[in-house]
Ligand binder design. Structure first.
Ligand code: K1U
Ligand code: ZN
Length: 187
């Protein structure tokens, strides 16, 4: 079923929310912490997981679906492994390694564009769970890359902000064109 604003409701009651495409001022904002875990936040978390899997992606941050609050979803399980859906509320990086790692990143808000980004190879992250508890993890590999990319979204930062201005401008111009074409196609 199509809902106003281009969202889709699934048979399991989750909504596939539209993903904002760069450039959009909402993707440049630092967003506020989640103050309380309400039914609305639980619904948002379910919708974000559904939207992330539908895209498909390995991560999603609140502002990408116009939810201007500090919540991220991730599933960095290997392709042939069990799904590992995660919801992190008010996530914080409390430690970063000096060792760096380079990964070719993509972004659901910058479709079909990829670029090498260098970030700390390992991070320790603390967050609040959907049940209101405290959680922490020390991650390397894809988890470390993805959680840093998602927390950047909560601070209004995109992976293209790590690139040289000329490459960033070229990608932004392509996204402006894509948005214009999509708007025209949607009538
Ligand atoms: O936040 C986002 O835009 C989601 C993004 C997360 C991410 C990807 C790569 C490095 C860091 C963070 C994506 O999920 S882009 C899509 C993607 O990477 C992917 C999609 C399907 C299968 C495997 C990966
Ligand atoms: Zn992204």
């Amino acid at each position: 079923m199509l809902r106003p604003g281009g969202a889709w409701i699934t048979s399991t009651g989750m909504t596939i929310r539209p993903i904002l495409i760069h450039p959009d001022p909402r993707l440049k904002k630092t967003v506020d912490p989640v103050a309380e875990i309400t039914d609305e936040i639980r619904q948002l978390a379910d919708d974000m997981l559904a939207t992330m899997y539908d895209a498909p992606g390995i991560g999603l941050a609140g502002p990408q679906v116009a939810a201007m609050t500090r919540i991220i979803t991730m599933d960095c399980a290997p392709k042939d492994g069990e799904p590992d859906p995660m919801v992190l509320i008010n996530p914080e990086i409390v430690w970063s390694s000096e060792e760096m790692n380079t990964y070719e990143e993509g972004c659901l808000s910058i479709p079909e564009m990829y670029a090498d980004v260098e970030r700390p190879a390992e991070v320790e992250v603390r967050w609040t769970t959907l049940e209101g508890g405290d959680a922490s993890a020390r991650w390397g590999g894809l988890h470390a890359t993805c959680v840093q990319h998602e927390i950047d979204h909560l601070n209004g930062k995109l992976f293209i902000d790590y690139l040289k201005p000329l490459k960033r401008q070229m990608i932004t111009r392509k996204m402006v064109k894509l948005k214009r074409e999509r708007a025209r196609a949607e009538g």
